[in-house]
Design a binder for this molecule. Structure first.
Ligand code: TXA
Ligand code: MG
Length: 335
């Protein structure tokens, strides 16, 4: 049910949403699996389709700061400032929720995560449906997030209507920022960085301690502490293939080393022996944005093509904007 016509009318999908149907749509980060945020049965269907644990809350998508005001008890000055700076865009903001916001959306938490996506399709969809859309990433639980309509179809077949929107601009999920408590905390790193937020708010913001976040530069990290964001405790973003770090000198084929170069290797193991040289090498040469955009597609490709291992060369110096990429790789490794 993928629509490919360039000037599709969204009215049909808006109508479906109003009728409680769950639909998949593109955003600038990843594809979302959305339902009318005010319809408990429709939201329940999202959990059912994904096989999502009920204690993992959803992000509610809006098309204006005013609509955010229908979900949050109060839009604080700091929240307003962030909306001005980063909305529409890949920043989900957690605020104390109004009592009307459904418990199933927030998994019973007293807070709600809200985001205004920077993509014409969901913005028009919300406008036409006249209501906010609760939407997690449109993958079955545990699978890498979908960055192309095809990925959604891999996980859901014809069970959900999919609005085709090509490849997602960023390819990794939004930054999740908890403004409900001080100090403010980044619960999930994304394209909007900790420094971006600190510069906007003129105050320090902390990065939550969780597997796959922050740390010590290169690939593998040392300490792990309990997660604070419900979603982060689950295995996420991982293909069936094993994902691991592999230094340049361990590469199964000779390659010219280059500073700040990334290799993504799909490596096939033969029976009992060590790795054979049947690997597929994808070089990113330090262009982290491209690797971020491709990562989940590469993971899914590895599985589809039967590769058993995805090896990624650790990167030792990287810009803060690559923190989200490093986080997702570490999550996939289970580091
Ligand atoms: O980029 C994105 O954010 C995409 C697109 C579709 O917008 N959505 C997405 O949703 O990644 P999902 O459900 O895959 O991830 C939402 C994350 C989860 O880790 C969840 O636990 C956390 O946000 N979250 C949602 N509401 C929360 C709340 N009230 N308190 C703490 N964490 C919350
Ligand atoms: Mg997700």
């Amino acid at each position: 049910m993928i629509e490919t016509k360039p000037d599709i009318s969204l009215s049909k999908y808006a109508e479906q949403l109003r009728n409680g149907i769950v639909i998949a749509f593109p955003t600038e980060t990843v594809y979302g699996l959305g339902a009318d945020a005010w319809n408990a049965d429709a939201v329940a269907r999202i959990f059912e389709l994904k096989g999502r644990p009920p204690d993992n809350p959803l992000i509610v998508h809006v098309n204006s700061a005013e609509m955010a005001g229908t979900l949050a008890v109060e839009i604080s000055d700091d929240a307003k400032r962030l909306m001005e700076c980063f909305w529409p865009g890949p920043l989900a903001i957690i605020l104390p929720k109004r009592p009307e916001v459904l418990d199933i959306v927030t998994a019973g938490l007293p807070t709600v995560a809200i985001r205004m996506p920077d993509h014409p399709i969901p913005l028009r969809l919300i406008e036409e449906a006249g209501r906010p859309i609760a939407a997690p990433s449109a993958n079955t639980s545990g699978r890498p997030s979908p960055t192309r309509a095809e990925h959604v179809r891999q996980d859901f077949g014809l069970d959900v209507p999919i609005i085709e929107g090509g490849s997602c601009q960023y390819g990794l999920e939004s930054t999740v920022l908890d403004l409900s408590e001080r100090p403010y905390t980044v619960l999930r790193p994304g394209h909007v960085t900790q420094s971006d937020i600190e510069e906007a708010l003129l105050q320090p913001v902390r990065m939550t301690d969780m597997p796959g976040t922050s740390g010590t530069g290169a690939g593998p990290r040392e300490a792990t502490s309990p997660p604070r964001s419900p979603g982060m405790k689950y295995t996420h973003y991982a293909p069936d293939a094993r994902v691991r770090w592999m230094r340049h000198d361990e590469l199964p084929v000779p390659l010219q080393p280059a500073k700040n170069t990334l290799y993504l290797l799909h490596q096939v193991r033969n029976g009992n022996g060590p790795s054979n040289p049947a690997c597929k090498i994808i070089r990113y040469d330090g262009i982290y944005e491209e690797m971020a955009r491709d990562l989940y597609d590469r993971f899914r490709m590895a599985d589809l093509q039967g590769f058993e291992e995805v090896a990624i060369e650790p990167f030792s110096t990287y810009p803060e904007s690559a923190e989200a990429l490093l986080n997702r790789i570490r999550k996939a490794i289970g580091d």
